[in-house]
Design a protein. Structure first.
Length: 80
């Protein structure tokens, strides 16, 4: 995986949620642009906090450990 591949998904307008598949078999969902920060050779992935008082946790994943990205369906917009 290259930084440009990941950057293009993060900068997509409108943003489309996607799943990161790691070579270990683990997956991480990126449901908002703000939960992933591209670093030089890695990506910082923030886990959503379980408790509002808890800042949550994070994972730093090397780009070479990302096998592929999978686009996820968007959540349905509420009807008016």
């Amino acid at each position: 995986m290259t930084s440009e591949d990941l950057r293009s998904e993060l900068e997509r307008i409108p943003f489309a949620p996607f799943r990161v598949h790691l070579v270990s078999g683990k997956t991480v969902d990126v449901t908002a642009r703000t939960v992933a920060q591209l670093l030089q050779n890695a990506v910082l992935l923030l886990d959503p906090p379980v408790d509002p008082k808890d800042p949550g946790s994070y994972n730093t994943v090397s780009l070479r450990n990302i096998e592929r990205l999978e686009r996820l369906p968007r959540l349905a917009e509420p009807s008016e």
